[in-house]
Design a protein around this ligand. Structure first.
Ligand code: SF4
Ligand code: ZN
Length: 709
């Protein structure tokens, strides 16, 4: 037997033995009927569920799984068979990790890793992955000979936007090397036991179930999905034992190449298992193996610039300066000008800079653009990107937009030399980079002189915001001649297509009709294509011949008909990254609307994750529909079923967030004051009986409506 297959089988058999022992011990201790589950998932033990269709719910269910696991280990001299044994190791790791949750509580509370990754986090990664904002997923495992080696590799991934999961002592080594960690920094420590690597494997596996509509039990479909659609790879540091090798074999079976930093000589498998002993080459080789291309943004500024710094929090104690609308006037404005009015790359700073000794500043960020194909509608699309771009600077935190913003600059960034002209350079370079199809010239003015900012705000910015708001509120589905498709999510959900209209934004919440229009203008052959609004078949449900035709084309025949305004009749498909899910609540003839962040139970008897798993992957499930937060207050929200009057329950946070707009819509449509008072939330009830009592007591309008079915 070759050294490699020998090692794989050695590891798989060892894990099989450990797993069997652990299952038997757990059953002896708690009994076979003891319920067992990973936290906050609708996919049971995801690897076992996806590969076999078996729903593990109790300890007793695991006995049969151990049998399946053992049957995958044939001990035959054949690389394909050995890779299957690697999958057995994955199943074993899942069981061993799952048993850690048997006690109740968080088994990772004491660990610096996070353990199991809940479903909502995976859903939230959908958009950044499809847009290439997160270009790949790295799994970094082991213990490096020198801590700096692994820290440098991980920092390099971080600067490239790669999502990195850490397993083993590399966690402490990275911490020692100054790597900023956490989901927001795209460096996620999983755990110290090698079995905790399963927590990133199940992210890939659940992606197949959530976005890919891969059916549980379809092992071939699963492996095909992870190989072709999940851009993940593995780097190991330090010596590797048989268990690591067999786990690596499992990764390879899923299509994830493994790069080790020791010399494997002839045991390398080109394209799947390769040695790179020079750590300066690790990143390059890994990206090559997965064919991941990084869009480089080299900016002339003294601090790092990467999406991985977007979530960075800067505390008061670490703050050099603050621009905050709570204390001083602020404004952010992108304005379209005539060609002759803009001097390309002109940067002006009006007022004190960061080195003036002040800590509190006013700030007007004023960007003037001109271009033959520029349209006033694109101003807001560009303007909204200021938030992300400022955040990408290491040591800069930005929140808000328009006249309500807060920017903090850290001491570290200031000491590195960051000044206001760098903010302007970021804007200039990013606009010319991302919007070059419509912007030919761009100039940036930053005003910190308080009186000047106030004047700019009153005379230029506020009137412009107001004009835009008027335009937006007058923009209805009736007032435009076209809608747009968006198929960005097809890289994960091949059968999904959003139809974006002025009154119904994309379900991710990130693509409004104006965004789709701009995307189409920037990239005419890209993900957003116009649908001319012709051939209306039914106004009530929003059924159009042209929409059906475009959706059928866009989904390669998978979806033949969708309506724009119905949740029961040919509802729009969902990919998986939706902000909210709307689901039927039969007792009240109403609907619950639940946001991704809500962790608790709903009166529909399901959590967000369970409701969400009713749809997704481009399938249509009447009664369940993913959608954006902003859609809730739209006049077109489940219009065919009676509209927002059907909403009976929402988590409190969501209700508060959309309340003002929802109430305004209810007032306009039905003359109801404070409609949100009629909608229950978790502070009122989570059981259906209590919900009915509440609705009756309030006299909720749904009680007088036609039955849904
Ligand atoms: Fe994905 Fe739809 Fe959002 Fe486009 S609009 S990114 S397809 S969820
Ligand atoms: Zn999506």
């Amino acid at each position: 037997m070759s050294v490699l297959t020998d090692l794989i089988y050695g590891g798989s058999n060892a894990v099989a033995g450990l797993t069997e022992g652990a299952v038997n011990d757990a059953i002896a201790k708690y009994g076979a009927d003891k319920e067992i589950a990973f936290p906050d998932t609708a996919y049971f033990f995801p690897t076992i569920y996806a590969a076999t269709g078996v729903k593990v719910k109790t300890l007793g269910d695991l006995t049969a799984c151990v049998g399946v696991l053992k049957s995958l280990i044939t001990n035959e001299e054949d690389l394909g068979q050995a890779l299957n044994a690697g999958l057995a190791t994955a199943v074993g790791a899942e069981i061993i990790e799952g048993l850690k949750y048997a006690e109740g509580g968080d088994p990772y509370a004491e660990d610096s890793g996070i353990g199991f990754v809940p479903d909502p986090i995976i859903r939230s990664l959908g958009v950044p992955l499809v847009t290439g904002d997160i270009p790949g997923v790295a799994v970094v495992l082991g213990k490096a000979e020198a801590a700096a080696d692994v820290a440098n590799v991980v920092k390099d991934y971080q600067s490239k936007g790669i999502m990195t999961f850490l397993v083993g002592d590399v966690i402490e080594q990275c911490a020692e090397g100054g790597v900023k960690m956490g989901l927001e920094f795209r460096v996620v420590p999983l755990g110290h036991d090698v079995t905790s690597v399963i927590h990133v494997v199940t992210v890939a596996i659940r992606a197949a179930l959530i976005f890919g509509n891969v059916q549980p039990g379809d092992l071939g479909g699963l492996l095909d999905y992870t190989k072709n659609r999940v851009p993940a790879f593995v780097n190991t540091f330090g010596a590797i034992d048989a268990v690591v090798v067999s786990a690596g074999a499992g990764a390879i079976a899923l299509g994830f190449p493994v790069v080790v930093d020791i010399d494997l000589g002839e045991n390398q498998v080109p394209g799947a298992l390769e040695s790179v002993c020079d750590h300066a080459e690790t990143v390059k080789k890994s990206l090559e193996l997965r064919n991941i291309k990084i869009k480089a943004t080299e900016l002339p500024i003294p601090v790092a610039f990467a999406a991985a710094f977007e979530g960075e929090i800067i505390r008061k104690s670490d703050m050099k300066a603050e621009f905050w609308s709570g204390k001083n006037p602020t404004a952010e404005l992108v304005l379209m000008k005539e060609m002759a009015e803009v001097e390309d790359h002109k940067i002006s700073i009006v007022g004190p800079d960061l080195d003036s000794g002040e800590t509190d500043f006013a700030l007007a960020t004023y960007v003037e653009v001109a271009g033959k194909k520029m349209q006033a509608d694109f101003e807001a699309v560009i303007e909204r990107k200021i938030h992300a771009w400022f955040n990408y600077m290491e040591g800069v935190m930005h929140t808000g937009q328009r006249n309500q913003i807060r920017i903090r600059v850290s001491n570290g960034a200031y000491e590195a030399g960051l000044r206001l002209k760098d903010f302007a350079e970021v804007l200039y370079n990013m606009i010319m980079n991302e919007f070059d199809a419509v912007v030919d010239k761009c100039q940036v003015t930053l005003i910190t002189e308080k009186a000047e900012v106030q004047k700019f705000l009153d005379e230029v910015a506020m009137p412009r915001y107001a004009a835009r708001d008027d335009r937006l509120s007058s923009m209805t589905d009736e007032s435009v001649d076209r809608f747009y498709t968006c198929i960005l999510c097809q890289s994960f959900a091949p059968a999904h297509c959003c139809v974006v209209t002025p009154e119904r934004l994309g379900l991710c919440g990130a693509v409004s009709w104006l965004d789709a229009k701009a995307t189409n203008e920037l990239d005419p052959n890209g993900p957003c294509q116009p649908i001319m609004k012709e051939g209306c078949i039914d106004e009530r449900t929003g059924r159009y011949e042209t929409v059906n035709k475009m959706v059928e084309e866009a989904t390669h025949g998978a979806v033949e008909a969708v309506t724009l305004y119905s949740i029961l009749e040919d509802p729009m498909t969902s990919c998986g990254c939706f902000e909210c899910i709307c689901g039927i609540e039969p007792a009240s003839n109403g609907f619950v609307v639940v946001n991704r962040e809500y962790k608790g139970m709903t009166p529909a008897g399901m959590t967000f994750g369970e409701l969400a798993s009713c749809t997704g992957g481009g399938v249509q499930t009447p009664g369940y529909m993913g959608h954006g937060r902003h859609f809730i207050s739209s006049k077109k929200f489940i219009y065919a079923e009676g509209g927002i009057e059907r909403i009976v329950w929402m988590p409190k946070e969501l209700k508060d967030d959309v309340g003002a707009r929802l109430n305004a819509t209810a007032k306009e449509l039905y003359g109801i004051e404070n409609f949100t008072d009629y909608i229950a939330d978790e502070t009122i009830c989570t059981e259906v009986e209590d919900l009915m009592d509440f609705l009756t007591e309030k006299g909720h309008p749904v009680l007088a409506m036609e039955p849904l079915m």
